[in-house]
Design a protein around this ligand. Sequence first.
Ligand SMILES: NC(=O)c1ccc[n+]([C@@H]2O[C@H](COP(=O)([O-])OP(=O)(O)OC[C@H]3O[C@@H](n4cnc5c(N)ncnc54)[C@H](O)[C@@H]3O)[C@@H](O)[C@H]2O)c1
Length: 390
Amino acid sequence: MGRFSKDSIVGVIGAGAMGSGIAQVAAMAGHKVIVFDTNEAALQKSEAALEKVLARLVEKGKIESVESITSKYTYASDLAAFKDCGLIIEAIIENLDIKKKVFADVEKVVSADCVLATNTSSLSVTSIAAACTKAERVLGLHFFNPAPLMALVEVVPAVQTDAAITAECKELMAAWKKVPVVAKDTPGFIVNRVARPFYGEAIRMMEEGIADMATIDWAMTEIGGFKMGPFTLTDYIGHDVNYVVTETVFQSFFYDPRYKPSFSQKRLLEAGWLGRKSGRGFYNYAEGTAQPEANKDTGLGNRITERIVAMLINEAVDALHLNIASAQDLEQAMTKGVNYPKGLLQWCDEWGADKCLNILDGLYNQYHEDRYRASVLLRRMAADKKKFMS
Ligand SMILES: NC(=O)c1ccc[n+]([C@@H]2O[C@H](COP(=O)([O-])OP(=O)(O)OC[C@H]3O[C@@H](n4cnc5c(N)ncnc54)[C@H](O)[C@@H]3O)[C@@H](O)[C@H]2O)c1
């Protein structure tokens, strides 16, 4: 693991949902952890939640005792506590100016070889690194929620990051029993970029009246093999999170129509219909409410699934074309980060690139929208009758 060992102390900034989960992963991998938050109540809440989680892990026989893990923890309300850390992972509010200030402040207290990581989902890691004097030690370590359960970690070198640090962090994540993939510092990294059509194209078909949400959810689960349909899933994620990611990715891609958000989802957010957590989103979760019935027409179901999957494959192929990640890492990201039934490049191979291209070109000819433009790599693979994974 190069510079890291079990003796490396891991500092976590921000004791919210992600910081608490990341700290638990590090402690369970054998590291001493120091958790810092400016909000004392957040620290207390995190500590209480941890005890509950650990008690359940003891019951399941996964760990010996609660103390075996809690004894590795220190909670701090002063950044100076981080002075002996080998790695700091920041998981505070998603705001570039605040993150930059925290990175500049933390750099003043840590040793020269301490690595600084951000868990940002949507900001430029390069901009955050630019706040530091030694920008070469800064990178993104993007965990998924909940961090102790989700295997994927996107390792995101900034433009300035030392390549050796990227490699050592990747090894460290593997030692933490995670599945690390390396992603270029571009909006949405891998998962939050490639997954956009899963939501966007489903909403678009619903808006156009091609099918209602219950039918689209049914098609994507029963025919597509996805664990949840797009409407059920976005209600579960929360429209405050899912819509904001879509809008941020759209803006960050200089308004590429492929990532255009929808008014249907924006209005849900404005209404405070955030999904399950507020009792209503696309679906109404009030007790006793009858749920809409799907139209289980197989022909319609196939058309829905093929349209969304073709758009997803196109995103994965274009990400490969633009060197956002390797083919293998793209497959790992979508199967381990969002639990897709199979990798999108493998899906393309099974279909044949020409089938995917025909669906996209058919949509493009029908709509004349740039949203449906096929990646040049997909076009090339179809012409050469080539496969991605073999
Ligand atoms: N929630 C997710 O699904 C998810 C997934 C991956 C990445 N992320 C990213 O992780 C980060 C944290 O997200 P979250 O959902 O855990 O947020 P959260 O709101 O649950 O927690 C953020 C914590 O940071 C603390 N904080 C705010 N400003 C601070 C500062 N200046 N110094 C120290 N602590 C400060 C807050 O008190 C709070 O406890 C964000 O960058 C987010 O984009 C979130």
